[in-house]
Design a protein around this ligand. Sequence first.
Ligand SMILES: [Zn+2]
Ligand SMILES: [Zn+2]
Length: 416
Amino acid sequence: MEEPLCCCEYVDRKGERNHLVACFCDCEDLDEGCERWLTCKSLPPGTLERIADTIADRVRVPWFTGAVKINISLVPPLLLLPVFLHVAALHFLLALVILTCLPMVVLWYYYLTHRRKERTLFFLSLGLFSLGYMYYVFLQEVVPRGHVGYSQVVVLTCGLILMLAALSRAKTDPGYLPSATSNDKSSCQVMDLPSKKVTGSSNGLHGVTTSGATSGRAVNGETKGYSRLSAEEPEGIKKDWCTKCQLVRPARAGHCRLCGRCVRRLDHHCVWINSCVGEQNHQAFILALSFFMLTSLYGIVLTLDTVCRGRTPFVALFYCPGAYSDYSSALSFTCVWYCAIVTAGMGYILLIQLLNISYNVTEREARLALRDNTGRRLLGGLVIDTGQYNRGFLCNWGHFLSLGSPPPQRSAEDIV
Ligand SMILES: [Zn+2]
Ligand SMILES: [Zn+2]
């Protein structure tokens, strides 16, 4: 056995033992990059990425069992958000530039991580820190002005707590299917989560189909979906077989490239919670979004009412002559605009989600239907109706509210 790591030692990404003191030494890519830069040669492809990976691997803090890696994507929001908001509060034009650029930078970073198929804590950290910071500004700058009542602060705080509770629930297991690659491959037997056995690759595809289709029915409780699937069995198998997880997915499940797992009734991978939204956490996700919208709107109204006395919130948002008369109200007004932009974005996401639920279609199904040209665009393209699971508004919502709770008839079936 190797001797244990001291608090400043760690095993690096190449599997070698390393020490924190040596974090500035020995980066071949950086050395090569500098040399090429000094001699005006172009960098070989991927060098910048490798340098970034090396830096990310070396940002660590000493710990009892060896130096622990800090996720550097956590850091930028903590430093940059307060700086940007304080600078934006200096002048109206600065606010205009910063509040226009900030969402664009965030969107650019989103597409970058999406293209590289990377999971990142940046968005979760940005979201949570924004919430905390907005609440701090509200308590520090708005409440002392004396126009906000004690009960209003309590309501806002409760909204925040409820939202965080729903968020932490949404962060739990979205309904991952057990991946065969994480188990012993030779056994070829994978347990599907609703305690159905799904046979793996070497047993041939026929044994797989029936159980795969059955579990698809059990999960959705939709018998019509099941018969449709059995009628088109050969097509269905190919579509439902996940080569990465080596399993047959139940109907509506999908593989997430970022999590590297299959998720039951996959909706989408949400960067803001750094997790998938699937059968198990979709309700909590919608709840968290709703609490966020309500709390944020309430905070915006209370702040505008303090900063711009006597105007309606909507008018005050666009016309508030005294907002920049002192720094405190300027900062509050800037934060209101920041909140308004974030809330508008989240409101759009929530609207799409509610429409999707009303038509019983997931983001993933809508995307696939668009690609294969099999869906019907409704409400100006806001929602894509695949017609596959749509059973009418009330039934669709009933189905959504029952997600994650096991259907009563399943236990009897499973025993057989
Ligand atoms: Zn998969
Ligand atoms: Zn995912």
